[in-house]
Design a protein. Sequence first.
Lengths: 378, 378
Amino acid sequence: MELGILTLGDLQRDPRTGRQHRAVDRTAEALGYAELADQLGLDVFAVGEHHSPEFTTSSPAVLLAAAARTSRIRLTSAVTLLGVLDPVRVYEDFATLDLISRGRAEITAGRSAFVEPFALFGHDTADYDQLFAEKLDLLLQVRDNERVTWSGRYRPALSDAPVIPRAVQEPLPIWVGVGGTVSSAERAGRLGLPMTLGYIGGTLQHLRPLVDAYRAAGARAGHPERLQLGLSTHLYVGANPAAARAVYPYFHEYLRPKTPGGRGFTVTPAAFEAAPVRTAQLWSAAPRNSPPNCSTPSGPSDSTACTGRSTGADYPNAWSRSPLPGSPRMSPRPSARGDLTWARQRPEAASCTRRDGLSNPTRAFFEPSRVLYLDGAH
Amino acid sequence: MELGILTLGDLQRDPRTGRQHRAVDRTAEALGYAELADQLGLDVFAVGEHHSPEFTTSSPAVLLAAAARTSRIRLTSAVTLLGVLDPVRVYEDFATLDLISRGRAEITAGRSAFVEPFALFGHDTADYDQLFAEKLDLLLQVRDNERVTWSGRYRPALSDAPVIPRAVQEPLPIWVGVGGTVSSAERAGRLGLPMTLGYIGGTLQHLRPLVDAYRAAGARAGHPERLQLGLSTHLYVGANPAAARAVYPYFHEYLRPKTPGGRGFTVTPAAFEAAPVRTAQLWSAAPRNSPPNCSTPSGPSDSTACTGRSTGADYPNAWSRSPLPGSPRMSPRPSARGDLTWARQRPEAASCTRRDGLSNPTRAFFEPSRVLYLDGAH
């Protein structure tokens, strides 16, 4: 299994200081996360795509290309809003990223959890699912063929068209990002595509019907061996429970609906405090020999969404009190994978995985150290 | 004035060895050029956009984001094929690049010298100029306003739409790339936008009508002070005339029409040899203390298009016999600007500039060391 880190580039007002985060700082932070994750031996760096002022990353491929200064970590979107984009351009962008990174690029394609992109790119939300289905079909054809002849409803036809450059990887990995829709999970299984589930709160049991539908569809299509499962969730890593608890004001601000009736969740202090808290950190990591300027996160602004993918036995089952450092200013000395001290409560991780029926995930994002029960029916 | 280097990422078969260049190598070379140009003190790194198998760069913003690992060089497309793209997405990509590079991004928008992009993105070449005019208007509106209300013929309307992220620079520089069309130069002048002329061969006198039209339109519009002029041309830098001459087979292959009736120029050996050759190099540069692995270009494959922009008095007027190194494998030690030895025949440069009436260019790309008279009416 693999561990990764994900940033959506959220642009919030710091609830303590009232200071609005700047996009240029968040961008530098994101690149700092990528470099640090690479040095720490994490497996994947992921960047979200949004088109509203609460976020700073609308072009994952461009930001990921800057993150290709890393040496081995894989680089993926999470998610590319394929329904509103041109699959030809998406392939061009990520094939270029694949050339730059010498075969480390991936696409995670999703439908979008927000409506803004549909207005921005002139699409009707009534076509939400058909848009995605058609464009996923085209993206796969572009990926799998050097020249493409294709026609559809939502994009001009192609006649023996070359799409360049060609990716290094054959094929360029395309995952499907799924929220809570069973038919989306079935489609991913039917197509034999790897699937990542987005998971904001609650228990992993909420995800079981999606996983079951995915596996059943893959089996019906005759390619159960092609299925791969990923989970994505929020995780705040702190040196101790109090440090983890300090994320609350920022987390509340981050998740709350920003417009009347807008998408989001209101996490009340009572709900936050009443939530079952896993007192053990699930995992955290720090270079064994942290340089003097390798400080702990500076506070709630480091609550960037973290997702866990673990390769299991690769890491020593040791404990560390150090949080996952998050400052882009730090410059840890290059560390070989074996130099890392990893802390992970593996029986706990394994049991929560088993308990929820998500056996053998390829890219399971583990349950966060602190499970937040959120208001709202997610 | 400024000096820059430009790559179109051409993917040719080496005419000597018959070996086809690989996209992954050309991509690494392009990033090597950017890093070297940054270390040598050049001012701009430019990446072209093409959508046919003879080239490897279809997504300049993605490649430029990888080149943002440099420290001070400016990063621009040359050109962004604005007529076939979505200006909203173009702004998003380059604003992201601007955040990554902390204010070093630029867009050079052009109409396209090729027809392939129109078929690929479902546009009619009959709309060639209207497409560009409309999309340039939208791009400027997106650049200059945080929220945009707009409607046009070729792109869905926008209603009070935010486009994020916002660039660091206010405004994000937008140049117009012009080939040989006087009305395009007039439009750039009328809009008060900086203009770069693409210039494949012949003398600079061919460009005079374009420059005159640009300046006249800018004066009529009442903003002559906003005009800036750039020139872009091929330049092969060699240690001596014989080394420069060795580029011929590659240059011939690069410029020849690849399909019957296709766009291109046939440069015959006779025309190449009969061309007036400037026996003095116009400029070349090398780190004063080249590391052992800083070798000279390995042959014709280093004929990447070079464009010259000079800041004049910043550099010592010294001579060097070293060519501009082009190999991405080299890793010159970081050099401060003052450590560079620059060689430039400044009176020659100044006189050729004056002679052709291109006085006071802001970003004059100098005449190449070897002027090629090409067959074909460019």
